[in-house]
Design a protein around this ligand. Structure first.
Ligand code: 5GP
Ligand code: ZN
Length: 134
């Protein structure tokens, strides 16, 4: 399997690791949105969040809680975003589940997502359709 994150996990290629335990690794993104941009990655390979085992997701969330204050303190960020891209349409490039911690600064110039609106009754129909699918 040709997975860049599996190669980082097995140390076949180098990375700037900030945290590692038996199940999870965290390293700096090679092309950061802002300085300190960190990827939290379950060591067990799975293609995306839905395909991941619950245990691995829980462990990653625990690591996010544990290390994010240190990231924010180090780069003196004003806030941070937690991001998960799922599928190419959502910007997922690496097909190994990962979480982005993106430090944010009041003056970093990044814009939040452009928002849309629903037609009348459309939100009720969509919510009902989702409830039926669950
Ligand atoms: P995605 O778009 O799949 O959610 O995010 C993948 C991230 O991995 C990107 O932000 C990209 O910059 C980062 N990345 C890709 N290849 C490497 C690499 O070899 N080393 C590191 N540290 N980050 C990488
Ligand atoms: Zn992998």
């Amino acid at each position: 399997m040709d997975c860049i994150f599996c190669k980082i996990i097995s140390k076949k290629i180098p990375s700037d690791i900030v945290y590692e335990d038996d199940n999870t690794i965290a390293f700096l993104d090679i092309s950061p949105v802002n300085k300190g941009h960190t990827l939290i990655v379950p060591k067990k390979h799975s293609e995306n969040l839905i395909a991941s085992e619950e245990k691995d997701i829980h462990e990653s969330l625990n690591v996010i809680k544990k290390i994010t204050p240190a990231i924010i303190k180090t780069v003196k960020a004003d806030g941070w975003n937690l991001g998960v891209n799922n599928g190419p349409a959502a910007g997922q490039i690496v097909k190994h589940t990962h979480f982005h911690i993106i430090p944010r600064f009041s003056n970093d110039g990044l814009k939040h997502w452009h928002k849309k609106s629903y037609a009348e009754a459309e939100s009720k129909q969509i919510a009902e359709a989702i409830r039926k699918e669950i």
